[in-house]
Design a protein around this ligand. Structure first.
Ligand SMILES: Cc1cc2nc3c(=O)[nH]c(=O)nc-3n(C[C@H](O)[C@H](O)[C@H](O)COP(=O)(O)O)c2cc1C
Length: 375
């Protein structure tokens, strides 16, 4: 990593004010196009790696047999069709999730489906599982150089009117997994049961539906770690039942959490949330943080001997990430922090995490996992 500060200042004072005036989805598409070009030749790869990527052995861990060079991952939803699966390594992530991918192609909800709430440090999301479909995404990933990178795929059920029952949705998940399950370059899978924008009225947060889904996925005999992505507004009791059932059904770990639905969440700026009254959608960033941390902490306390946790929601700096790690997250993921702070924030978080673990007297980040429960 070089020149973090100048990139930080350039992003904050020049690029962000320009970008934040443009339509959020257009900017995302534009950056995806640029990102795709990075891996086209070795010179740009080297340049990006040198500029953005921060390496330090104190951050590397082997978890469930997977090599994580650092604990900061890209959360599902930024790279939904896998165009950036290779690029994200050069930007500095320790791992990155493609998706959520659905088995069948779906163009997503009608735009506008992405909006920024800068005062609330949040994004409104109403994509509705836009996906090119698993076969097309797999074909794209097949051509990339992913073997030495830590890339996983998040799978959901296709959000089309024809998938109108839990039974059909489970079949659709299974078809999605069948496309990816034997891809050696994929290191893990996420089962997304918590998309708050999906059209199916029944939910996989319902214990019976969840169990039925996990039984069918079990039949696939998938050899890679499976993580379940959890909703944000769960009670402890509900989350506990989902985690316990997941462990019983062979799930390797749990990701806390997905987006916030409640527009009365206290972290919203009142005028800002009222200004998106006419838009459907759910929210990322700061409003997700408190619930995500609370659930993670409790679930770690109850289940850390049996499983692992990934903390997601409202990470903007190393302290946010470190709080999740000390509360029990072996790994963390983010999207919104990168959009608000710029791509250099990944190396900045990693760099500052090393300072934080050194201050606490740890040799490796793994020693900090769940440290709040050992004091
Ligand atoms: C634009 C956008 C799209 C998202 N799409 C998905 C998705 O497809 N699947 C999923 O599991 N989570 C999705 N999420 C949720 C994120 O993965 C993450 O759980 C949440 O945003 C909290 O992290 P953050 O505050 O760092 O953004 C999306 C989030 C954003 C901002």
């Amino acid at each position: 990593m070089i020149a973090n500060k100048p990139i930080n200042l350039t992003y904050k004072y020049i690029m962000k004010p320009i970008l934040f005036k443009k339509d959020a989805e257009d900017v995302h598409n534009h950056f995806t196009d640029i990102g795709k070009k990075i891996t086209k030749n070795n010179t740009t790869k080297k340049l990006f790696k040198k500029t953005f990527r921060y390496e330090n052995n104190k951050l590397s861990q082997s978890i469930l047999g997977i090599d994580f060079k650092n604990p900061v991952g890209l959360s599902a939803g930024f790279d939904y069709d896998g165009h950036l699966a290779e690029t994200m390594y050069y930007v500095g992530f320790g791992f990155n999730t493609v998706g959520t991918v659905t088995f069948q192609q779906y163009e997503g909800n009608k735009p506008p489906r992405l909006a920024r709430l800068p005062k609330s440090k949040s994004l409104l999301v109403n994509k509705g599982f836009k996906s090119e479909g698993a076969p097309a995404v797999a074909k794209r990933l097949d051509k990339m150089n992913l073997n030495d990178k830590t890339v996983g795929v998040s799978i959901g059920s296709t959000n089309i009117p024809e998938i109108d029952s839990i039974k059909k949705a489970i079949d659709d998940y299974v078809h999605g997994f069948e496309v990816f399950k034997n891809k050696d370059y994929l290191k893990y899978f996420e089962i997304n049961i918590s998309c708050p924008n999906a059209r199916l009225t029944e939910s996989f947060a319902d214990l019976k539906n969840y169990e039925d889904l996990l039984v069918e996925i079990n039949h696939l005999n998938i050899k890679k770690p499976l993580f379940v992505k959890m909703a944000n507004e769960l009670t402890f009791n509900h989350a506990s039942k989902l985690v316990k059932t997941g462990i019983d059904k062979g799930i390797s770990g749990f990701i806390f959490t997905n987006l916030v639905k409640d527009r009365n969440n206290k972290y919203f700026d009142k005028d800002e949330i009222n200004s998106v009254d006419d838009l459907k959608g759910n929210f990322s960033g700061k409003p997700t943080q408190e619930n995500a941390d609370r659930l993670l902490k409790q679930m770690y306390k109850d289940y850390s001997n049996h499983t692992i946790f990934i903390g997601t929601g409202g990470i903007f700096n190393a302290q946010d990430a470190y709080t999740k790690i000390k509360n029990g997250a072996s790994l963390v993921q983010l999207i919104t922090g990168m959009i608000f702070e710029g791509p250099q924030v990944i190396s900045k978080i990693n760099h500052d995490l090393v300072k934080l673990i050194e201050k606490d007297g740890y040799e490796n980040i793994s020693e900090a996992v769940g440290a709040n429960f050992r004091n």
